[in-house]
Design a protein around this ligand. Structure first.
Ligand code: FMN
Length: 134
């Protein structure tokens, strides 16, 4: 199986409705294609981890890459995996990051989330939380 994580820049005009629509597509298509993963939106950027059969991951990434709701997709991690980080979720999403504070740490304690993947999510969420000094 393939696990790919990327970051991208969200369209500045994106709203809650757009996020909801993305999740509807993601959950429907990913369940069909045996894909799982997690998506974080920090108000400016997306971080997404997609995992599953190699060719399904690649096809999904190609579709996502041409999506006008974001831009500048850049892979930050790509690896072959035996086990899934987010096997229980077609696409895990929590706008208030509560799963980061509780769920992800709990899952990691169970040995279910790769430590480097967990750090990526934690760092990305921390970036979104930190006010930019001027
Ligand atoms: C940040 C972001 C993440 C997305 N994640 C997924 C995903 O995990 N799975 C998926 O099928 N589509 C995802 N999409 C949507 C795709 O770009 C595309 O709109 C969708 O796959 C089209 O399928 P549909 O015609 O069935 O809605 C994502 C889009 C964005 C902007």
């Amino acid at each position: 199986m393939l696990s790919v994580t990327y970051v991208s820049v969200a369209d500045p005009l994106i709203g809650d409705d757009d996020i909801a629509a993305i999740l509807v597509s993601a959950c429907r298509n990913n369940a069909r294609d045996e894909l799982t993963g997690a998506l974080v939106y920090n108000g400016h950027n997306f971080l997404q981890l997609l995992e599953g059969p190699d060719e399904k991951v690649e096809a999904c990434l190609a579709a996502i890459r041409s999506d006008p709701r974001h831009d500048g997709m850049t892979e930050v991690r790509r690896r072959t995996v035996e086990t899934r980080d987010f096997g229980e979720w077609a696409m895990l999403y929590d706008p208030r990051f509560e799963w980061q504070d509780e769920g992800l740490a709990r899952l990691a304690a169970n040995g279910r989330i790769d430590a480097a993947d967990e750090r990526m999510f934690a760092n990305f969420i921390a970036l979104g939380r930190r006010p930019i000094a001027r």
